[in-house]
Design a protein around this ligand. Structure first.
Ligand SMILES: Cc1cc2nc3c(=O)[nH]c(=O)nc-3n(C[C@H](O)[C@H](O)[C@H](O)COP(=O)(O)OP(=O)(O)OC[C@H]3O[C@@H](n4cnc5c(N)ncnc54)[C@H](O)[C@@H]3O)c2cc1C
Ligand code: SF4
Length: 510
């Protein structure tokens, strides 16, 4: 059952076993897992509820206005020699999972070994997490993107990579019957992408879970050091707070995403000194290339190939594209120069890269609803970002590109490898780099010792009993690969732990 807050005229209250705040990748997995065990579950989501046939027909700008945080205009403010980093996150029943490119990675073993050996976190070894990954992969239909779903643009980047000795591999995505419509980031029009609104949430509802949409939780209630429930207000059509609601629960799971979990915990007077610190982002860049032939980047799956060739150097290469109307808006130049580029759209291909970063970000409460996010990029990561641009540019030239568009504001197109190398040799100020991030992680991180993090290895906060965090903010380090599957596997691990120990938690709640 879904109760739409914007239609509610009277105060609402309920008493359940588990209250989950946030219906994204993490929250949805926790909901389904616990509901399946027979617990009564309510999921409370600030964003609205849109069915797949509804959002499948939205224009991209409308999708972002209705279903993305700050209409897609959130950003991390750069401190020191750091670019402004555009941040994207979802705000809807289904959270960010509706906006993903569908790309699915397991956490690379080297990070799991670091968590196990150096950070001493139990049950996160590759062997321990493998069953979690398998279960989630099945539930969201993770499949390998067939080679014939690559656009000519992706084929050319792959050919260029091969000439440089860089091995490309097919990506895996959570799709079934993907038609290559290329607008995954705005909600799949065919219902082919198995985001949690089409997978975990309906399954949770079949087990009795109630979802409240348009419902902003502004406080976790505690007494005697134990979580007792949450309270907040329903939001009207304009997003303004209206009638109040209150949910009493034996366990509260906060799954608001890495940008908002710290805000809710801080607003509730909880969390300790680590809350909001250690935020990692996977800063990303994308490089464009102009070819003689039509490469129709919009053909096939939006993302279809990747390379972990440079993973040990902290760089992952990932195929990217976006609907042409969105790309055109991001092209450099004005007037005739811009028009000329738009006319060359069929000949333009793109490829991206992201950096496995140190935790240089901080989430603080802002004056209004949205947090203030700052990020200080480590010198090492800026070097990685520039190296990524050079690698991608070289791949494009090796594949026969005439010109390369480096993501540096105000920079003319590059016509040779020598020009690319000159860019890396005398790097621009960071604020000139066009940088994006889709994977905020780690702002309520898991730690083996109370002093080092916000949640213990079970996902329960160190400071309050029966209060758990079940989203990307628990990841103790960045992981160098796309985050949805890792978050879901970690959320499943937490939920199974709650289910296994339910009697103890229920006793604490008495
Ligand atoms: C455009 C885009 C493309 C991406 N592509 C990929 C990809 O291809 N592959 C991949 O692996 N990852 C991708 N990601 C990243 C991935 O989507 C996220 O890492 C993951 O979905 C985050 O899950 P989460 O549970 O931490 O948070 P979210 O899914 O963001 O869910 C948090 C939810 O909590 C709600 N909330 C916040 N505060 C409150 C409150 N106080 N009260 C009630 N509700 C609240 C929010 O509205 C939101 O719906 C992409 C992300 C974006 C934005
Ligand atoms: S490529 Fe198209 S059909 Fe496939 S998942 Fe993305 S939007 Fe859906």
């Amino acid at each position: 059952m879904i109760l739409r807050g914007r239609e509610e005229k009277k105060p609402f209250s309920a008493k359940v076993d588990v209250a989950i705040v946030g219906s994204g990748a993490g929250g949805a997995v926790v909901a389904e897992t616990l509901a399946k065990c027979g617990l009564s579950v309510i999921v409370i989501e600030e964003g609205g509820h849109y069915t797949q046939p509804e959002y499948g027909t939205f224009r991209p700008s409308y999708t972002f206005r209705r279903m993305a945080r700050e209409a897609g205009l959130s950003a991390a403010l750069g401190l020191g020699d750091t670019p402004l980093i555009s941040l994207l996150a979802g705000k809807a029943v289904g959270g960010s999972s509706i906006l993903t490119g569908g790309v699915c990675f397991r956490i690379p073993e080297q990070f799991l070994m670091e968590w196990t050996r150096d950070l001493h976190i139990p049950r996160v070894s590759p062997e321990a997490l493998a069953p979690m990954f398998e279960e989630v992969e099945q539930a969201i239909s993770v499949e390998t993107v067939p080679i014939d779903m690559r656009s000519r643009a992706t084929e050319l980047f792959v050919e260029g990579a091969a000439k440089m000795g860089i091995k490309m591999k097919p990506l895996r995505r959570n799709t079934t019957g993907c038609k290559g419509a290329g607008r995954c980031n705005f909600g799949c029009p065919h219902g082919a992408k198995m985001s949690v609104d089409l997978s975990y949430l309906p399954a949770a509802q079949r087990h009795g879970t109630v979802i409240l949409s348009d419902a902003l939780v502004d406080r976790v209630d505690t007494s005697g050091g134990v979580a007792r429930g949450v309270r907040g207000r329903f939001l009207d059509e304009a997003g303004e707070p209206g009638v109040p609601f209150e949910v009493r629960a034996k366990i509260v799971v906060v799954a608001c995403g890495s940008m908002h979990t710290p805000v809710l915990l801080k607003n509730s007077g909880l969390g300790g000194h680590n809350i909001g610190r250690h935020l990692t982002l996977h800063p990303a860049v994308r490089v464009g290339a102009l070819f003689d032939e039509a490469v129709n980047g919009w053909d096939g799956a939006m993302q279809s190939a990747f390379s972990d060739h440079y993973l040990d150097d902290g760089i992952t290469l990932n195929g990217v594209y976006a609907p042409v109307n969105v790309l055109a808006a991001a092209f450099p130049g004005v007037g005739r120069a811009h028009k000329a580029l738009v006319h060359q759209m069929p000949n333009l291909g793109f490829f991206g890269a992201m950096v496995h970063d140190e935790g240089g970000g901080t989430v603080r409460r802002g004056l209004g609803r949205e947090p203030v996010i700052t990020y200080r990029m480590a010198a090492r990561d800026k070097t990685r970002l520039l190296r990524s641009i050079t690698i991608l540019g070289k791949m494009a030239f090796a594949a026969g590109a005439k010109e390369v568009f480096a993501p540096v504001f105000g920079m003319p197109t590059l016509k040779s490898v020598a020009e690319l190398e000159a860019l890396e040799a005398s790097p621009p100020k960071a604020h000139k780099i066009e940088c994006l991030a889709f994977h905020p992680l780690g702002s309520a991180k898991m730690s083996a010792r109370e002093d080092d993090g916000v949640v213990s290895p079970t996902g329960e906060t160190w400071s309050v009993k029966n209060l758990f965090v079940g989203d990307g903010s628990v990841l103790p380090t960045s992981i160098g690969v796309n985050s949805q599957l890792p978050i879901m596997a970690m959320a499943l691990r937490t939920a199974k732990g709650i289910a296994d120990d339910w009697k103890r938690y229920a006793a604490v709640a008495r």
